[in-house]
Design a protein around this ligand. Structure first.
Ligand code: C5P
Length: 281
């Protein structure tokens, strides 16, 4: 069984204060995009095996391992599985690559083992793995609150087209959050209206990330990459999540391909918003 694991970007990320559990209160608009890792799952007699092609660990730090353990814990039994993971989503880039793989593992194992868990139940298990995993289970476009796990879907009138680019650097999410002094949560009202109306210019004007200054302070090439994408014709460009990836909004697929041609970065790809999460093929 193959399962696709779409990356996410943040169109809006507002970060409040640090809570007593160490997490920050956030208000984020997340969107699943057409950059995918692929997982192949096969039932085995017993145990767990993970084979990774690409740039990601094969040990316990891989969220695929944690997702499998969490499913075993929920089911109260330990069916065997071998998982092959093909990485395309850049790691430690703010694109939720690890969370997307965990979400695809939950969705895939639910089917492989005939567990019959609802999407809500999978989202709940996802929250025990990481703050972005519930969104990655659900996909589409959503407002995320709390530490990122409280989701409300958002209507998007027409698909958005992006160039997603990553400079030659990685960033640690806890380190970026630690650099952020804390602030007020901002409601993304203009962005929500722009998405509902399919107004690309208004959406571009409303892109926002409270962690951008912290990220650019740690990796200055994020700032220059945003400038190069704007100079290449993008409507707007913003750091995604805790960086260092950048999402550059374009008018349509042709425009995104033109912007891509004009920008040189270690990773750069055209992507569209998608209205779903992991899919079994
Ligand atoms: O939930 P997850 O394990 O992905 O979070 C990684 C780290 O990012 C947390 O340990 C925390 O330092 C930071 N974080 C945060 N507030 C959030 C989400 C993540 O401070 N809402």
């Amino acid at each position: 069984m193959k399962v696709s694991a779409p990356a996410k970007i943040n169109l809006h990320l507002s970060v409040g204060t640090r809570r007593s559990d160490g997490y920050h209160e956030v208000l984020s608009v997340m969107q699943a995009v057409s950059v995918y890792d692929t997982l192949s799952l096969s039932a085995t007699e017993s145990g767990f095996a993970l084979d990774v092609s690409g740039d990601a660990p094969e040990d316990e730090s891989n969220l695929v391992v944690r997702a499998t353990r969490a499913m075993w814990g929920t089911l109260g039994r330990t069916p065997g599985v071998a998982i092959a993971l093909e990485k395309t989503i850049p790691v430690a880039a703010g694109l939720a690559g690890g969370s997307a793989d965990a979400a695809a593992t939950l969705v895939g194992l639910n089917r492989l083992w005939d567990a019959g868990l609802s999407r809500k139940a999978l989202e709940k298990i996802g929250a025990s793995i990481g703050s972005d995993v519930p969104f990655c289970v659900r996909g589409g476009t959503a407002i995320a609150r709390g530490r990122g796990e409280v989701l409300s879907p958002l209507p998007v009138r027409k698909p958005l087209w992006w160039v997603i680019a990553v400079p030659d650097a990685t960033l640690s999410t806890p380190e970026v959050f630690a650099q952020y002094p804390g602030g007020m949560i901002i409601e993304p009202l203009e962005l929500v209206n722009a998405l509902a109306q399919g107004d690309v210019d208004a959406a571009g004007a409303a892109l926002h990330n409270d962690l951008a200054d912290a990220g650019i302070g740690m990796v200055p090439s994020i700032g220059s990459l945003c400038e190069r994408l704007r100079a290449a014709g993008a409507v707007a460009a913003v750091m995604s999540g805790s960086g260092p990836s950048v999402a550059a909004l374009c008018r349509d697929e042709t425009h995104a391909s033109q912007v891509l041609e004009r920008v040189d970065a270690p990773f750069a790809a055209v992507a569209s918003s998608i209205d779903h999460g992991p899919r079994i093929t």
